[in-house]
Write a protein that binds this ligand. Structure first.
Ligand code: 0L1
Ligand code: MG
Length: 267
């Protein structure tokens, strides 16, 4: 199955130019559908695929994938009705010990996620939650730093998909667990900003079970004639709404069973 495009290849490249420049220059643009009102989600994935090719051609390594907008809280916060996917590169990975630069982003927000690492290939279009659990090597805690390139975080699904699901940075914690050793629907998480609780939730908020989000991601990949190879790192989506951060902030995400992920932000 291939993407069905309504936008001409030249315009896909032009839209990719806009998104790429905004990502690399850390500036806000207006949503793409303002100029291309008929743009569809498939068109958005075509822009995202072009963006991925461009980053890989520049020497970035594909580090994994992310499911996004996978909780009711996130969908309501952003006013969209279905989840999305995006790609992750090695240039987006950050560690707990080094301050994350806000000057490289437009208006970053943080969200707590359960991440998966696979040990078997996963192929859509009929990938199920059980297929994902059978293919999972381990799960680990993660914080995604999203950064929509659209002014005021105002967009629609086609635009946000083109902007690679607002992917910007991510940090993982140290604990790795076999998915059979915990109930993945009952991982509670509390996020603190500068010591104050700013968000909390439970992993069942992610489509009922975070592995369901990974199955959804595999099935969306299949629509682009792609599969998820063994050894992939995949984030399953924010458990709570995303919280804005600025230089000087310290974030700690405390996951039940999966431990803690901490980071600081600098200018
Ligand atoms: O990771 C995600 O849930 C995708 C977020 C895309 C929309 C946003 O920028 O909030
Ligand atoms: Mg996310």
């Amino acid at each position: 199955m291939a993407l069905e495009l309504t936008i001409k290849p030249d315009d896909i490249r032009l839209l990719c130019d806009r998104v790429e420049a905004a990502q690399e220059g850390a500036y806000a643009i207006h949503k793409l559908t303002d100029d291309y009102p008929s743009m569809t989600i498939d068109d958005g994935y075509a822009v995202q695929a072009e963006l991925r090719q461009r980053y890989l051609a520049k020497g970035h390594q594909l580090a994994g994938w992310k499911a996004g907008l996978t909780s009711r809280a996130k969908m309501e916060q952003m006013g969209v009705h279905v989840p999305s996917i995006g790609f992750l590169t090695d240039k987006m990975a950050r560690t707990e010990s080094i301050g994350i630069k806000t000057s490289e982003m437009v208006h970053p927000r943080v969200e707590c996620e359960v991440a998966f690492v696979t040990k078997k290939d996963l192929q859509g279009p009929d990938c199920t939650l059980q297929d994902v659990l059978d293919a999972t090597d381990y799960v680990l805690p993660a914080v995604e730093i999203i950064d929509s390139r659209f002014s005021g975080f105002k967009f629609d699904l086609a635009s946000v998909v083109a902007d690679n699901g607002s992917s910007a940075r991510y940090v993982t914690g140290k604990v790795r667990l076999n998915p059979r050793d915990l109930d993945l629907t009952k991982v509670g998480v509390v996020m603190k900003k500068n010591g104050e609780v700013v968000a909390s939730g439970e992993s069942s908020a992610v489509l009922g079970h975070p592995a369901e989000a990974i199955a959804m991601l595999v099935n969306i990949l299949a629509e682009q004639d792609e599969m998820l190879p063994a050894g992939s790192f995949v984030m399953s989506g924010g458990i709570t709404e995303a919280i804005p951060v600025q230089a000087g902030d310290a974030i700690t995400a405390e996951f039940q069973i999966l431990g803690q992920v901490s980071m600081t932000f600098v200018a």
